[in-house]
Design a binder for this molecule. Structure first.
Ligand SMILES: Nc1ncnc2c1ncn2[C@@H]1O[C@H](COP(=O)(O)OP(=O)(O)OP(=O)(O)O)[C@@H](O)[C@H]1O
Ligand SMILES: [Mg+2]
Length: 250
């Protein structure tokens, strides 16, 4: 191939790359714009649905109450989706900011487990939490760390029909490790390598259980920003899963 032809190909490639980058930027910008615009009306739907259900506008018959509950759940799902998209855009553009402080990993994990515990027990799952009886300090953005842990717990409850959800903190020589093990639908071996990428979901549950496939991706990005890592182990389909988060101790 001649040098001139080579140079021409390179130029074309650069041009196409630039166009793709622009298109990608436009896509995320549009998504973010619609997301922010959706937050207010969704908040209104959710808020009024709750007030109606709680009887603030008069008595509601049980069947209507159930329907209103469904509206609330659906609005909640959308709020979650919108938050995920907003996070995704910040991450993609490197605009995510981290406010690092000294955080007690045990306390944080315990609080999250207590909060999510209600969801587990109302689903009839056996929920437990165990941790060393002392502080384990890490340098972290508390909100981001809580977000990772909540995501793991939320998934464990969501993808487990019966059995248990066991959350645990262990202290290693250099790291604090949070894990959550469940007796749920498990993860096929071939799905595992891609699981922490954006929009990846297990095909088996796609129809049945709603989700965006963004939670674990954001969890990975947040963990890496702390110099930590996330990973998963599963015995395979219907054999349960265990998700891990490890961050360096101070
Ligand atoms: N505890 C679990 N047991 C079995 N499969 C899981 C578990 N946690 C995650 N998964 C699988 O990993 C996929 C990605 O999880 P992720 O949390 O990123 O997305 P999601 O739960 O589908 O949606 P969302 O973004 O709303 O959290 C899920 O769709 C599911 O297939
Ligand atoms: Mg999830």
């Amino acid at each position: 191939m001649t040098d001139a032809r080579n140079e021409e190909l390179h130029r074309k490639l650069r041009e196409e790359n630039r166009e793709l980058a622009e298109l990608n930027h436009f896509k995320t910008h549009l998504l973010s714009l619609t997301s922010h615009e959706m937050k207010t009306p969704l908040g209104i739907i959710r808020g009024y649905a709750a007030l109606l259900r709680e009887g603030h506008y008069g008595d509601i018959d049980p069947q209507a109450k159930e329907i209103i509950g469904k509206i609330e759940f659906a609005a909640e799902d959308l709020v979650n989706l919108v938050d995920n998209v907003i996070n995704l855009r910040k991450v993609e553009e490197g605009r995510m900011e981290y406010e690092m402080e000294d955080v007690d990993f045990v306390k944080l994990a315990r609080q999250a487990a207590e909060e999510l515990g209600h969801m587990a027990t109302s689903k009839g799952l056996d929920m437990s939490f165990s941790a060393p009886d002392r502080e384990i300090m890490v340098r972290a953005d508390e909100q981001k760390l809580r977000h990772i842990i909540q995501n793991f717990l939320d998934n464990a409850v969501k993808y487990t029909r019966k059995g248990y959800v066991r959350a645990k903190v262990i202290e290693e020589e250099r790291n604090a490790v949070f894990s959550v093990e469940d007796s749920g639908v498990g993860i096929p071996h071939e799905v595992i390598p891609a699981l922490f990428q954006e929009f990846v979901r297990d095909e088996r549950i796609r129809r049945e259980i709603r989700g965006t496939g963004l939670g674990l991706y954001v969890a990975r990005v947040f963990a890496e920003a702390h110099g930590g890592r996330v990973w998963v182990e599963s015995g395979g389909e219907d054999k349960g899963s265990a998700f891990y988060l490890s961050v360096p101790k101070i």
